[in-house]
Design a protein around this ligand. Sequence first.
Ligand SMILES: *Cc1c(COP(=O)(O)O)cnc(C)c1O
Length: 443
Amino acid sequence: MEGCEKMFVSKAVNINEKNHLEIGGCDCLDLVNTYGTPLYVMDEALFRENCRRYKNAIEKYYDGKGLVVYASKALCTTAICKIIEQEGLGLDVVSGGELYTAITAGFPMERVYFHGNNKTYEELMLAIENNVGRIVIDNKEELVMVHEIAYKSGKKVNVSFRVKPGIDTNTHEFISTGQIDSKFGMAIENGEAFEIISKALKLSNLNVMSLHCHIGSQLFDLELFKLAAKVMLEFVAELKEKLNIEIGELNLGGGFGVKYTKEDEEIDYDSFIGAVSEVVKGVCSQKGIKVPKIVIEPGRSIAAPAGITLYRVGSVKEIKNVRKYVAVDGGMTDNPRYAMYQAKYDAVIVDRPDAPRTEKVTIAGKCCESGDILIKDIMLPEVKSGDVLAVFTTGAYNYSMSSNYNRIPRPPIVLVKDAKARIIVKREDYGDVIRNDIIPEDL
Ligand SMILES: *Cc1c(COP(=O)(O)O)cnc(C)c1O
């Protein structure tokens, strides 16, 4: 289809011979007939292709060195960890729960990067007992805890440091993380980062291996990534000059933007990584330092495009001259991103995905909350009760952010490939919803 415009924003879907939407060779109507709604569907081939695209780019631009680490907070399940392992990527975890998922999936611990701005003692114990590859130290309290646990267990722990390069991004403020006013990491400009690294060098049970930054998420501006690389490498050079240490690894984080709607740009990830590598090599030669091993940590851009969510339409409510609400059987409990960031999505009706989009509607969820909207003002063909709606690009930060608000059970995830579907997360039932409830005997 070279040269002609792709029909859908989502690369995971097609139209089949029945004129239905399909994903991974599975008819979306068959999927909902088998598994019910709401239903998360992940296209395995596209998820893997997204992993490989990054891996190939990193290998190409850094002479076979470098590492792609999947930010598992985008979507973390045992099966997803397995795929990440098979693709040869590392895994970024940000909590004991994500780490436990990786351990259970048998993920190689030396490729695990443990992030988080307030890791607990117990989480750090779990990480150190299991010999995770890097603990990315965020603050001075954490440095003390990591050293204490390492010392008590007689281990030498490989640590990295979360550094704020002082870059203001223009993404939503809730997903901007690299500026000085951020809860993550330590700043370069006020000397915090330098001070903690100087301290860490004196602690015998720590190996100071690497620096890390992550400036935000859903970013499209190449200049921000280039600037972050430059600032971080200048800091690497400063550490060499003043503390006489060679930082062998630089983790530049994730944050690459994803096309959710026709209005979003499409990033050419390969050329982004190429352009950043030019900056990396340039600054290193100018400063006379060795090119460190470069690590990147995409999450959203690997998982989001590979996923869709299928819903059944219930009520269709037209408020004359105001708005037409189309309510589906899910909502903010399976996708809170509109409620949190006014995120935008595209969608189609699965049995007429190419029908002309003739009316403007708002897709609402079923929670008792006016902010429970999935898509505000989307053009769709006329929608009827009983239709199945497919929302695109929901593979990241949907299941992983889901909740049981209103005691709604979470939907399952099916992984599709070559016309086969396999459950990787079961649908919750009402028993799951009350699993931890207790009525005390004396009540
Ligand atoms: C969230 C996060 C990422 C991934 O960000 P995406 O926008 O999903 O690519 C990478 N690294 C760290 C430390 C993060 O917190």
